[in-house]
Design a protein around this ligand. Structure first.
Ligand SMILES: N[C@H](CCC[C@H](N)C(=O)O)C(=O)O
Length: 291
């Protein structure tokens, strides 16, 4: 039996169990990760995040060759114990955790490179919390039909990859969004091979105020079910609504999720258009348990 110290944190209500494991000595199996995330028999969370020095995890060592300053790696898994490439809310909470654990110092305005299974992510400390440059994005997997409970007819979704896969579906009204039953996974036809996080969005009317596009969103996450927020999902939602709105649409977005509001910004870079996510990061309590 080993004693495991953990910290509970969240970003706009998307909550995580965080474990500090600098030397990569805690080998959490998918079953143990799911146990930590279990809201009845464990600590409870939408995901489990292990903080490990990059040179102590194979996926991290690969990144260090090109990004030697990515000293820390975010080992993220969903509530069911499945690994995911990236977690937008999670990486903000992860950096806050590294700071509070004394693993790094990060002055306001400074940034830190973090290794993830989606590559190296630069995270900046800002007044409202943190901003993560999620990098390049791409349309992904066409337009699967999406069926969900209480959705009268199947709707075409837009596949977008922001390091992890998403399918974004436009709904007609806030009422339709509220009425949606996301207690079971939406059915995608054809089903993407690696599954997908599914976001349901309602563009505000008017869509743009003071140059900022506004969206309301709910999400059913791959491996976690409905969550109060999804950072990469908010990014995918803004990219999809901008795609549908056409060239006049802005590059600055506010995405309202049940757990709060996230900022999304698209910007030109040498390697092509990149996208950044900003929002709060909170640490709520600490504890220990025996594994
Ligand atoms: N909550 C996360 C997304 C987790 C994505 C995960 N469910 C997947 O399998 O890709 C976020 O804030 O971006």
């Amino acid at each position: 039996m080993t004693t495991l110290r953990f910290t509970k944190g969240h970003g706009t209500g998307n909550d995580f169990v965080l474990v500090s494991d600098p030397e990569g000595e805690i080998d959490l199996s998918p079953v143990q990760r799911a146990g930590l995330a279990d809201r009845r028999f464990g600590v409870g969370g939408d995901g489990v995040i292990r903080a490990v020095r990059s040179h102590r995890i194979p996926e991290g060592r690969e990144l260090l060759e090109d990004a030697p300053d990515a000293e820390w790696f975010m080992d993220y898994s969903n509530a069911d114990g499945s690994l995911s490439e990236m977690c937008g809310n999670g990486i903000r909470v992860f950096v806050r955790f590294l700071v509070e654990q004394g693993h790094i110092e990060l002055a306001p305005g400074a940034s830190v490179a973090i290794g993830t299974r989606a590559g190296v992510i630069d995270v900046h400390r800002i007044a409202e919390g943190f901003a993560a440059d999620l990098g390049r994005w791409r349309l992904d997997g066409g337009e699967p039909l999406v069926r969900a409970r209480d959705l009268p007819v199947a709707r075409p979704g837009l596949g977008i990859n922001v390091g992890n896969p998403h399918v974004v579906v436009a709904l007609a009204s806030d009422d339709e969004l509220e009425a949606l039953d996301l207690s079971t996974a939406p059915v995608l036809d054809p089903p993407p091979a690696a599954g997908a996080n599914v976001e349901f969005v309602v563009p505000a009317d008017p869509l743009v105020v003071d140059g900022i596009g506004r969206i309301r969103m709910r999400v059913h996450e791959r491996g976690s079910g409905e969550t109060l927020s999804c950072g990469t999902g908010a990014v995918a939602a803004a990219l999809a609504v901008r795609y549908w709105a056409g060239s006049a649409a802005p590059n600055e977005w506010r995405v309202t999720v049940p757990g709060g509001v996230l900022g999304v910004r698209m910007f030109a870079a040498e390697d092509g258009e990149r996208v950044a996510l900003s929002g709060p990061a909170e640490l709520v309590f600490e504890g220990e348990l025996t594994l």
